[in-house]
Design a binder for this molecule. Structure first.
Ligand code: UD1
Length: 364
């Protein structure tokens, strides 16, 4: 028997853990348990994803909630340690780059439990991003590194990770996209918002560097002011962004933009439908850069760097930072031509989780 504790905690983890939990079912020798740290807890940031993606009910919920980075990370560690001591699994599997990832990774390593990191090797080379620190540290202590794109292999090699730990398996986020694309076409979100395919943009924003300060957030709103005059722009607002817009006094200005449609965070299927039909997606998310690459929809990333360079070289993604002129001119270029024929990044074929399960079961 191979006993595996799988960890998820925040919204982008749920679409990565879903295909893994499913892939394990093909291996009678794998005995999985699911731990939810409770980093995200609002129904539309967590439970909705479990329901829509058919993720089994977590076996254990640590219910840590929000806090500063130190408090949140420490609290997850404190609550995860007794779980590992009780179950003593063969592997802990962590996904992505959130605080839950590094917190549970550290606990596993210190207790001598094997650690596997899914989405290893990605680097933005920007250590002001909390996620970059989480990625670097998690990879440094992992025994198995499951990589989603070629840059990940290069980065890990450069950092001295030995070749036998690295497995290029593809992208579990895309497993979930492919498994749900047809279902998402049943979503009524476009009708509910009164939008026609190709006749609107989508915006998401939540990175501290964009939403925590008046200057950066104000500059993005300047760009948005222009863009929403061209096409209605749907903005599902992350709770952190909503709190900051109010705190920084920008809420009123946004509500005054007639083309901007602020909505609550959406479930997976509605959001996928919305992205697939968008003219342009503007975002600072990591996963959305990958999803738009597969959907063949223009993506303007409101950051100066990306840890997912394959979306620039093979996909539909462009880095535009937070300068309003740069954002608007890139937007105009997107509007003047559809994305050219895309090429799917290697191994983004819906089978990444199957490859991971095969390695964990000892089969390859
Ligand atoms: C976290 C991840 C980020 C990921 C993002 C996706 C870290 C360091 N960051 O950022 O990499 O891209 O999730 O959403 O792990 N809140 C709620 N309800 C919730 C969850 C959060 O209202 O269910 C609010 C709280 O005010 C909280 C704030 O959002 O303080 C930030 O939540 P947190 O989990 O700390 O970070 P995110 O910004 O969501």
């Amino acid at each position: 028997m191979v006993r595996i504790i799988n960890v998820c905690g925040a919204r982008p983890n749920f679409m990565k853990i879903a295909p893994l939990m499913r892939a394990y079912q093909a291996y009678p020798d794998i005995q999985p348990l699911l731990v939810h740290t409770g980093q995200h807890y609002d129904a539309n940031m967590s439970e909705l994803f479990f329901r829509q993606l058919g993720i089994p009910e977590p076996d254990i919920n640590l219910e840590v909630g929000s806090g500063s980075h130190a408090v949140q990370t420490a609290e997850i560690m404190r609550r995860f340690e007794p779980v590992l001591e009780e179950h003593r699994p063969d592997w802990v599997v962590v996904v992505g780059d959130v605080n839950s990832t590094i917190a549970c990774g550290l606990v596993a390593t210190k207790l001598g439990v094997g650690l596997a990191h899914v989405e290893a090797g990605l680097r933005s080379f920007d250590r002001t991003m909390p996620e970059e620190i989480n990625r670097l540290l998690t990879d440094a202590i992992s025994d198995l590194l499951f990589v989603s794109e070629p840059s990940g292999i290069e980065n890990l090699r450069r950092e001295g990770v030995s070749q036998e730990k690295i497995h290029f398996v593809g992208n579990v986020m895309i497993d979930t996209l492919q498994a749900n694309l047809a279902r998402s076409e049943q979503s009524r979100i476009l009708e509910e918002l009164g939008l026609a395919p190709g006749g609107y943009n989508v915006l998401t924003l939540h990175r501290p560097s964009n939403v925590d300060g008046l200057t950066s957030l104000g500059r993005i709103v300047d760009a948005l002011d222009v863009i929403q005059r061209d096409l209605p722009t749907v903005f599902p607002i992350h709770p952190r962004t909503l709190a900051n817009l109010t705190r920084l006094g920008l809420g009123e200005r946004l509500r005054g933009l007639p083309g901007l449609r602020m909505v609550e965070p959406l479930g997976y299927l509605d959001f996928l439908r919305l992205m697939a039909g968008a003219a342009v997606v503007l975002t600072d998310s990591g996963g959305i850069q990958e999803e738009t690459t597969i959907l063949g929809v223009w993506c303007l990333t409101l950051r100066e760097n990306t840890e997912r360079p394959v979306t620039l070289t093979r996909g539909t993604n462009t880095l535009v930072g937070a300068d309003p002129e740069r954002i608007v001119s890139a937007y105009r270029r997107c509007r003047s031509a559809p994305p050219s024929a895309r090429s799917v990044p290697e191994k983004w074929d819906g089978k990444a989780a199957e490859r991971i399960a095969a390695v964990l079961s000892g089969g390859s």
